[in-house]
Design a protein around this ligand. Structure first.
Ligand SMILES: Nc1ncnc2c1ncn2[C@@H]1O[C@H](COP(=O)(O)OP(=O)(O)OP(=O)(O)O)[C@@H](O)[C@H]1O
Ligand SMILES: [Mg+2]
Length: 234
């Protein structure tokens, strides 16, 4: 029904072949009425346990009204969250798919790739200028925190797609605001994952450790300040 509505509302004109079946989603190729190629991501269920689910969702003030016993509406919430996070990235011009629409558990975004073929994930890339890619990924990670005030929370070579020699950040449904109580830990893990990958490709990742530590400090500081404000209020 959600797909039908997206087609009826003129978001998707045609659906193509599946691009990838993930653990928690199915991504299908699509075409917009204006001919633009789309990635149609259908959220199935997160493989998170209940506790982790709560961690990601309930520390985010934007979802403060979410019912604590979500199960049925969870996919729709991940979908909206992914759409809103993509919109935030677009506004600040962080390379990522552009959000086109969403409905129930389906997010529609622009395809990275062309002619029905999705661009490879960073880990699938066969050769390339890893040093240049590493610099661009680091710049995007820095902007994500400092300007979009978001921490990806699941960043790895699997969630970076390389198109036209440039890296794009994808899979932002679980990204959280820097004010989230787990933000610093998630940010550290993101930096570790990405730096670890480039290190294996013989890239100097010194900057990752430096920038990662600075940003983690900023996030921790931000949290301390919001705690202080909270204390003043209560
Ligand atoms: N806009 C896009 N353009 C091209 N490929 C995409 C796009 N969005 C997703 N993909 C492809 O589909 C895969 C799965 O998408 P995504 O990472 O957003 O979902 P997921 O639920 O995390 O799936 P998984 O469980 O496999 O990680 C991506 O790794 C990427 O290869
Ligand atoms: Mg993914």
């Amino acid at each position: 029904m959600a797909l039908y509505r997206l087609m009826n509302h003129g978001v998707i004109a045609r659906l193509g072949r599946p691009i990838r079946q993930g653990k928690e989603s199915l991504v299908v190729h699509g075409v917009a009425p204006d001919g633009r190629e789309l990635a149609v991501k259908i959220h199935t269920s997160k493989v998170f346990g209940k506790r982790e689910r709560k961690q990601y969702l309930f520390g985010d003030w934007r979802y403060r009204h979410a019912k604590r016993h979500v199960t049925l509406r969870t996919e729709a919430m991940w979908t909206e969250k992914e759409y809103r996070n993509l919109a935030r990235l677009e506004k600040i011009r962080i390379p990522a798919p552009r959000p086109v629409g969403f409905e129930e558990n389906i997010v529609v975004m622009t395809l990275l790739g062309c002619n029905g073929i999705a661009a490879p994930q960073l880990n699938e890339l066969e050769g390339g200028d890893y040093a240049a890619l590493s610099r661009m990924v680091l710049a995007a990670m820095e902007t994500l925190v400092s300007r979009a005030h978001l921490v990806h929370g699941d960043l790895s070579p699997y969630n970076i797609v390389v198109w036209d020699k440039k890296p794009y950040i994808i899979d932002v449904s679980q990204a959280v605001l820097v004010s989230h109580p787990e933000a610093a830990g998630l940010l550290e893990a993101d930096f570790r994952n990405v730096a670890g990958f480039f290190e294996l490709k013989d890239v100097d990742v010194e900057d990752y450790y430096r920038v990662g530590a600075e940003l983690t400090d900023d996030v921790t500081q931000h949290q301390k300040e919001s705690l202080v404000r909270f204390d003043l209020l209560s």
